[in-house]
Ligand binder design. Structure first.
Ligand code: ISL
Ligand code: CA
Length: 548
């Protein structure tokens, strides 16, 4: 595989509105990020992924853009963005921005024009259809609404939205639309950013006939439609290939086979992707499924394309709560999951707060939640007659707000996030879990992450090493190797609340092993050349010493 900086990097995701508030209005902002840049640098991250900060009515936390050339007032202004880009670069890091071009806000001037009349020149910039039998054009659902079709009374047609009604989809078939998007991309790249995280980029092309779906709840009809690869190749040709950048596509509903069509190195589309097989198939931890997914992606992309590794982000419940143990073994388990993400093949992502083991939340009231996806779903079910208490309970575990509460900086009011009233409640556990304490505690989650990242910088095997699973079929243990040339690393994880005896694969027998990193302090007792005794949620990384 060709060596590139973005394969070797660790990306840190900044959900700025919950990162740090510099002016006391209760909302994190870019100035706040500037004030805390050294913290990200100290952790060792190489690249910052900044969630959307463009001008927006903010119905979906910035994923509904009304001006791609403007900056949301809450976030800051253009000057601050420019300062941010140069400060990040001064610190030797890079910054990538969100590119949200499947849809705009319904307040974008393009849409205001488009909806105004059937013969408006911008009519065709969005997707308009006539009613079918006096109803929506088909039986589909949208991500955030019961139907992806909303009626525009004035012109009597429906417009299409894969997400909320406030997020109409652009019509990528229209050449003017594409050209305008490429202009926007060049505008930001010319400001010096180092790439894009591309929001639901495989949704750009739509099914031609909008036929009814057999199962409308399986939203996969929204993505990977004919034409998508032509658009991405055109985008690459027009814009991407002219810059030294990284691109990561958010690509739901893909298997490794079609994933490769997006990131194959010979395809001239994207560098890497987020697929959602783990998130979609695993509401909670499922070791066998996880191993299978990793194996398939490893084999599918090997030598041809590059993967990304993550277990949470701003849309998915914090990993220690969803996949680990956020009670008795929070610290161990947060470190174990970090070990996993950073030793799997692909570029690892850290979502802000993950590095201190932040946990999900369970607010008492629907009014404490802010997430449009959750609120719309709640309203739909309650309107349908379901019990509001039960509905809330069912939606809580995977609510996107689980990961959106403010970063906990210290044990002062509002966790030191804001001096004002926070836009979303702070997790009540901030007195125990916060950055200040993490920095002061030598064996904290933060310091463990720091070591993990440093290891990646010093050891190419972590980036380019071959992967092999030696624990097929085992439900609590994950034992795998990464190897590059003469170097072999062995990673052993005990993803359970029990002490487990681990039989080592033959490759580790009769040779020495050097423990490079582990999440327990004591020297292991009971270990031998053939087996290890592993504590609950214990994780170890060994270097296998070659037989002489
Ligand atoms: O579950 C998912 C994939 O199967 C989701 O995470 C999915 O990727 C998602 O809902 C799309 O997310 C992105 O686009 C949305 C925005 O609300 C999210 O925050 C963003 O990450 C619409 O722009
Ligand atoms: Ca602010």
């Amino acid at each position: 595989m060709k060596k590139t900086w973005w394969k070797e990097s660790v990306v840190y995701q900044v959900y700025w509105r919950s990162f740090y508030d510099s002016n006391g209005d209760g909302i994190g902002d870019l100035e706040g990020l500037l004030l805390k840049l050294h913290y990200i640098k100290d952790l060792g991250a190489d690249v910052i992924w900044l969630n959307p900060m463009y001008q927006s009515p903010d119905k979906d936390n910035g994923y509904d853009i009304s001006d791609y050339y403007g900056v949301m007032e809450k976030a800051g202004d253009m000057q601050t963005v420019e300062r941010l880009i140069s400060e990040v670069h001064n610190l030797g890091m890079k910054i990538i921005m969100d590119l949200v071009v499947n849809h705009t806000s319904d307040q974008h001037p393009w849409f205001l024009e488009s909806r105004s009349s059937k013969d408006n020149p911008k009519r065709d910039w969005y997707i308009w259809k006539d009613a079918k039998d006096g109803k929506e054009p088909n039986n589909w659902r949208s991500y955030f609404a019961p139907s992806p079709w909303t009626l525009e009374e004035k012109t009597g047609q429906y417009y299409f939205h894969s997400f909320a009604a406030e997020q109409p989809d652009l019509n990528w078939e229209n050449r003017e639309v594409r050209e305008e998007i490429y202009r926007i991309m060049r505008f930001w790249l010319d400001k010096g950013i180092d790439g894009f995280r591309m929001d639901v980029i495989n949704l750009l092309a739509k099914q031609k006939d909008y036929r009814d779906a057999a199962n409308p709840y399986d939203l996969s009809y929204l993505g990977n439609n004919p034409g998508i690869h032509e658009y991405l190749q055109e985008m690459n040709h027009e814009v991407l290939k002219h810059y030294d950048i990284m691109t990561v596509g958010e690509i739901p509903f893909v298997t490794p086979e079609d994933g490769l069509l997006y990131v194959g190195e010979d395809r001239n589309e994207l560098h890497t992707l987020f697929h959602f097989q783990v998130a979609d198939d695993m509401p909670s931890w499922d070791m066998l499924r996880y191993k299978e997914i990793q194996k398939q992606w490893y084999e599918g992309l090997k030598g041809k394309g590059w993967n990304s590794q993550f277990l949470n982000n701003h849309d998915h419940t914090r990993q220690v709560t969803r996949y680990g143990n956020d009670g008795e073994y929070r610290v161990e388990s947060a470190k174990l999951l970090g070990t996993l993400v950073h030793t799997m093949p692909g570029t690892p992502y850290i979502f802000q707060g993950e590095e201190i083991g932040m946990t999900g939340v369970c607010f008492e009231n629907i009014s404490d939640y802010r997430d449009i996806a959750m609120k719309n779903k709640y309203n739909e079910l309650v309107r349908r007659g379901e019990d509001p208490v039960q509905v809330l309970k069912d939606l809580q575990p995977l609510s996107r707000d689980n990961s959106r509460t403010p970063v906990q900086w210290d044990d002062s009011k509002n966790a030191g996030f804001t001096s004002g009233i926070s836009w979303i409640k702070v997790n009540p556990n901030y007195k125990e879990i916060n950055v200040k304490r993490e920095l002061e505690t030598p064996d904290s989650v933060f310091h463990y992450y720091k070591k993990l990242i440093a290891l990646r910088k010093e050891n190419e095997v972590m980036v380019y090493g071959d992967y092999a699973d030696h624990s097929d079929g085992q439900e609590e243990l994950y034992i795998y190797t990464r190897s590059l040339g003469e170097v072999t690393w062995l990673i052993v994880l005990n993803q359970s609340e029990r002490t487990n005896v681990v039989k080592l694969p033959e490759i580790a027998h009769g040779t020495g092993k050097e423990l490079l990193l582990g999440n327990y302090a004591e020297i292991p007792v009971g270990d031998s050349a053939e087996k290890l005794v592993m504590h609950p949620y214990e994780a170890r990384i060994y270097r296998i010493l070659n037989k002489r």
